[in-house]
Design a protein around this ligand. Sequence first.
Ligand SMILES: [Zn+2]
Length: 653
Amino acid sequence: MIKCCLLFLMWLATHTVLLSQSLAVCKGVDRVSEIEQLYQSRHLAFSASLFTQDYDLKYHRLEWEVDPAIHHISGKITSYFEPIQENFKQINFDLAKNMTVNAIIFHDTLVSFVQADEDRLQIDLPRVIDQGVLDSISVEYEGSPMTSDFGSFVTSTHNDVPVLWTLSEPYGAKSWWPCKQDLTDKIDSVDIKVTTPRQYRVGSNGLLVDEIEIANGKTTYHWRHRYPIPAYLISLAVTNYVEFSDYVYLENGDSILILNYVYPESFEVAQSLLKSTIVQMELFCELVGMYPFAREKYGHAQFGFFGGMEHQTMSSMGFFFPQLQAHELAHQWFGDKVTCASWQDIWLNEGFATYLEALTLEFLSANPEEWINWKDFTMQLVTNEPGGSTWVDDTTDVARIFNYRLTYQKGAVILHMLRWILGDDQFFQALRNYLEDPHLAYGYATTTDLQQHFETVGGIDLKEFFADWYYGQGYPSYTIRFSTHTNAITISIEQVTSHNNVDFFEMPLPIRVMGQMQDTLLRLDHTFSGQTFEIDLDFTPSSIEFDPQRWILSRSNSVEQIVTHTQDLSKVESAVKVVPNPAKDIIQILFENAESFKAIRSIAIMDLNGKVIDRTEDIHRKVSYDVSSWPSGEYLIAFQYEYGHFTKPIIIQ
Ligand SMILES: [Zn+2]
């Protein structure tokens, strides 16, 4: 899911050609802050119900009747399930307590039920069902669903025409239908039959297999979906849609249907903007593997939420905009085919969708500045605050789960840095392996699962990387000092971190070295602050650039050149003063300019026998010594710099 965000508004600011359509919709920006305030003030307690964990959900037949003009739903939910424990004689579903259950039917018999606390529908079965034996039960219910999370079940209007839509992520499915709301058990397949007044169309998951006109001016739309799906990705969108289709033609001769349901007033804009879905689909298939639901369709259904939602095989769209379209499309792989196994791991959905959305700028945009701008803007946004982890530490807080800076943006940057560490071939191979892993595909994954795929492909240990960047907080700032020599360069790198949660970020750092009309990109394994690298080159360098392609999340970096040429030694020497001389109590070493003291590695004071009295590497612009207790006589101060040293005599009285 993505809410319209600052990124989009920034994009608007720099792309004034943009469609008046999107501008008009974006007036809803007030609503975004409204929504955010709502969620920040409300902490929704969540854990998957322990009562629903004793059966494996196989199938739902979801039969609903709705009228977008009326905030009401009635339905019959038939669930096929297999007990995964012995002595199974009670089945539970999640259903909001304000919904009215009219009947529970088990083998043509009415059975008793209780609508217990914590939105639990408890059904006592007339007999025990054996473990592993498939059985089914139907729940007939109705009511006016409460609005929760990002809407869940909403009736509103567009152009004065009623529209009904759902958006259940993360905890809203139970507000409008009896379900098993967790992230452990996908429903293997569903049939969705929705009856509504004939002037409306119903968009939903899978393929539309039937459209039957029935009595009373109503039509029943039958959608069939034969891929595993979690409850939160099942959706309805109902209004006076007009539809149009596109196709993505694959190299093997097959094609993927892209079915679009849009408001009549948006038809022309949508038809033009949704064309980009075709090349985006081709790109994602190439980068991360075949579209996961190719036997059915992909599509869009316009709805009233200010953003998009990746409903499986039919994303719901608040407006049309290529990056939003790419984001929701990317979710079909990351979020829908492989779903985060807990809301703590939500970046497996959102970080990926954000990064793939950005990859469309890298690979498809005619303007290379867009990809550069994305990196600059994203890194700046992530580092606008010193802390915060992508790992979600509080899943009762919906605003924290969907924190744009941490879950979306920092999540995307973590992937970008993994791509830098592994290189394109291994990075995308790891993503394909992750998506095709039989334990994860059409199921659930944790961050550890993803980490293992990167480690296997790369043959490296990423424990420290994930500890620092995913679980840890903050970012590094680098101070890079370099000195140039004939066909060589010396680079020292210091790092401070923005948050004490991580004391050091180990990273391979990209540094571009330039000189004599040549350049090369170094990759320096930075393992401790103050580390110095001495590197031979086949040209004499004159300047460097840190991270020219923006791979590393960092901020407030500085690059300084240090004077160390032999011919500059006299300059450094003449910039050093020792006063007073002769001295009695205190001597001071003064550097007249920054270049001179930065060039010095150490200062040692020796007597005339060569015995070192004092030595320091802690060099500042002014270095003082208390010499009041030193025996009087002649001493030498030795200034060590990279390729030699010089001395200055001093007399202590
Ligand atoms: Zn998203």
